[in-house]
Design a protein around this ligand. Structure first.
Ligand code: ZN
Length: 241
């Protein structure tokens, strides 16, 4: 069994389509770690595709905000403007689907959560080595897959102690070890690589690969500008930050 794991799509239909095409013959099923909407100009089509294609989906903070389940005062001005824009345009059925998403799911021997397995509704960022090391007690499975920071990362815990890899291209799951992996962002990468990021998790091979996929950044940017969303949201796609 091979799962493609997608996170932080953020209404970027061009990036999502490119990732689905790339994963076509590499994955048997799809999982999503949340933030399907927010920032990008195509929240509705992205929700439709994720709902249709993904076997398990958890809620991100942008889902909670757009669904009215989280106060927007925790967002920066651009995120808040995008959340309000999205809320006004999303079909009620799509909004209801977002509102019903769980915060945590388990698939095979992995926990899926958007931000952190420790207090998932606090939306803590796992960025530094110690951030990841601190949450191994907060999930029971062998692996935990997260998004939220939009930067691929891997943390490992074994009898020998802890390890952290800042920009992994692949993670091999060793016997007796546990892992926290950030799979990166499909629709708004922030690691200075503008290509869409997602992961392919091969259960039999005990391996996870972080893939990078070029997509039509110019088209996604133009739609954001045309939609009247903050220009910064368009500009950052080209820089991948
Ligand atoms: Zn996000």
């Amino acid at each position: 069994m091979r799962y493609a794991i997608l996170s932080d799509i953020h209404g970027n239909l061009e990036a999502l389509r490119a990732v689905l095409a790339d994963a076509g013959d590499r994955a048997d099923a799809f999982l999503c770690l949340g933030d399907v909407v927010g920032y990008g100009a195509d929240p509705g089509p992205c929700v439709d595709l994720v709902a249709e294609r993904c076997a398990a989906v958890v809620a991100g903070n942008h889902e909670r905000a757009v669904a009215g389940l989280m106060a927007l005062d925790r967002f920066n001005p651009a995120a808040r403007a995008a959340a309000e824009w999205t809320r006004e345009r999303l079909h009620p059925d799509a909004a209801a689907w977002l509102a019903a998403l769980p915060l945590v799911r388990e698939v095979a021997d992995a926990t899926l959560v958007h931000a952190s397995p420790s207090q998932p509704d606090e939306w803590d960022y796992l960025i530094f080595p110690e951030d990841g090391f601190a949450v191994f007690g907060a999930f029971a499975t062998r692996a935990c897959f997260v998004g939220h920071s939009h930067v691929p990362r891997a943390w490992a815990q074994g009898s020998w102690g802890h390890d952290h890899e800042p920009m992994p291209s692949a993670v091999t799951f060793e016997a007796g070890c546990r892992y926290v992996v950030n799979v990166g962002s499909v629709g708004q990468p922030r690691d200075h690589d503008p290509r869409a990021a997602y992961a392919v998790w091969d259960l039999e091979a005990r391996r996870l690969e972080i893939r990078r996929v070029p997509y039509d950044v110019a088209a996604a940017r133009a739609k954001i500008v045309e939609a009247g969303l903050p220009r910064f949201l368009a500009e950052r796609l080209a820089a991948g930050r």
